[in-house]
Ligand binder design. Structure first.
Ligand SMILES: NC(=O)c1ccc[n+]([C@@H]2O[C@H](COP(=O)([O-])OP(=O)(O)OC[C@H]3O[C@@H](n4cnc5c(N)ncnc54)[C@H](O)[C@@H]3O)[C@@H](O)[C@H]2O)c1
Length: 389
């Protein structure tokens, strides 16, 4: 779950000038709003809002005050369906001049996240964004710089680093229980969403929608990637989707991404929209693994998916069979990111999720596209605080 520290520890930890500014803004926030509930505005009331709205409603520190969608009837019907009692808006400009709120939660088509997140930051709002935070690394980095300059926070999905299974795997690697780690693999796919065209349009694709989870997990466990090589393809050139009927697929629906990390560790992610997997959306009963990490003294496999973790199969013995360990999810759910970071604003703690990591994942995705276009290995520049646990 979120990497919470006591307020006293937070004060010690925040000796740096930047952190002091953040703390003073949080103090001010607490003073201005003694009831300590973060006012949240949700933009994008489609499929994933059915997971976010009920989850945000479980937090005593959060109140959803606005719902917005350019398909306005969706904002109205979600307001009714979940008894939110929020103000509803047909576009972001109307929402930003409407009832006051503290944090925007961006759940729209991927391609417009960057421009919407920028408008929210410019209007003085914190942001939690579904993936990706922006369309390019440069756009995302500019958003983070803007947020810092305005003493605001921005974070990007996914929330995979929050799971107890991520924590267990990270500690197992850091404590040397696998020996010297050399290789890792992650995979995530299903047969593709059938409700919206944006998944298949330019700057969509299986990498920012699905591979993003595995890239976040593997970089989170092994450290920042230093270079990337990839092959991407379109396997299914035409799709029929609910909002636009028959469409041409313009973004990859099949991706293999190789990442080189420090100490010559190599990892591989495969993702796609043409993978038969009966557990692709509901995975509580998945008993097979989707992530594996190999060292010279042991290996481990994440059972289920990094977004729906069902345990870790750990193999460190020449004689004993592998053991299923770390099966307790402790309440972790993939849609928890917005609630966790919102609560961190109220409680003045630093969540484990950080924007630098989300930006690094975005740089990997962009580099994979460049590698496919040029046939070259692409060097990366971004880093993030690591190890994360
Ligand atoms: N559906 C899922 O299960 C799921 C799971 C995890 C993450 N996500 C991510 O959530 C995001 C949304 O996916 P979805 O499946 O809910 O898509 P969706 O098409 O069901 O919903 C997107 C909504 O955003 C609205 N929208 C688009 N542009 C807008 C704008 N400029 N202003 C206001 N509203 C706008 C659309 O009208 C639509 O109602 C994507 O980034 C996706 O990768 C989806």
């Amino acid at each position: 779950m979120s990497n919470t520290i006591s307020r006293q520890k937070f004060l010690q930890y925040t000796a740096s000038a930047g952190a002091a500014i953040l703390l003073s803004s949080l103090e001010g926030f607490a003073l201005e709003r003694p009831e300590k509930r973060l006012r949240v505005a949700i933009i994008g009331c489609g499929s994933v809002s059915n997971r976010y709205i009920p989850h945000l409603q479980t937090s005593s520190m959060i109140e959803i005050v606005c719902l917005c969608d350019i398909k306005y009837d969706r904002a109205v019907s979600q307001n009714k369906q979940y008894n939110v009692k929020a103000q509803t808006y047909p576009n972001i400009d109307a929402m930003l001049t409407g009832v006051p709120f503290d944090m925007m939660v961006t759940l729209t088509d991927m391609q417009v996240h960057g421009e919407l997140n920028k408008k929210a930051l410019l209007a003085g709002k914190h942001v939690w964004s579904e993936k990706p935070m922006a369309n390019t690394y440069a756009e995302g980095k500019a958003l983070l710089d803007l947020a810092k300059s305005k003493k605001l926070k921005i974070w990007g999905a996914p929330a995979v680093v929050n799971s107890p299974q991520f924590e267990f795997m990270s500690k197992t690697i850091q404590e040397g229980k696998l020996g010297r780690v050399s290789s890792a693999h992650g995979q995530y796919g299903h047969t593709g969403p059938n409700w919206s065209a944006f998944f298949y349009e330019k700057l969509g694709g299986s990498m920012p929608d699905l591979g993003v989870y595995n890239i976040a997990t593997l970089t989170g466990l092994l450290g920042p990637a230093r270079s990337v090589m990839a092959m991407l393809s379109i396997v299914n050139p035409e799709r029929t989707v609910d909002d636009k009927g028959k469409i041409k697929v313009e973004a990859e629906d099949n991706a293999h991404i190789l990442m080189m990390h420090d100490k010559n560790v190599i990892s591989h992610v495969m993702c796609g929209f043409n993978y038969f997997d009966p557990h692709g959306h509901e995975a509580a009963n998945q008993t097979l693994h989707s992530i594996q990490i190999y060292g010279d003294y042991g290996n481990m496999r994440l059972i289920g998916y990094d977004w729906e973790t069902n345990g870790v199969m750990l193999d460190t013995s020449w004689t004993e069979p592998p053991k299923l360990v770390s099966t307790d999810k402790s309440g972790y759910v993939w849609q928890e990111g917005a609630a966790k970071v919102g609560e961190s604003i109220i409680s003045g703690t630093e969540p484990r999720i950080n924007a630098e990591h989300a930006l690094h994942v975005l740089e990997v995705i962009e580099a994979a596209r460049k590698s496919q276009a040029t046939g070259m290995r692409i060097k990366l520049k971004s880093k993030f605080p690591w190890p994360m646990v």
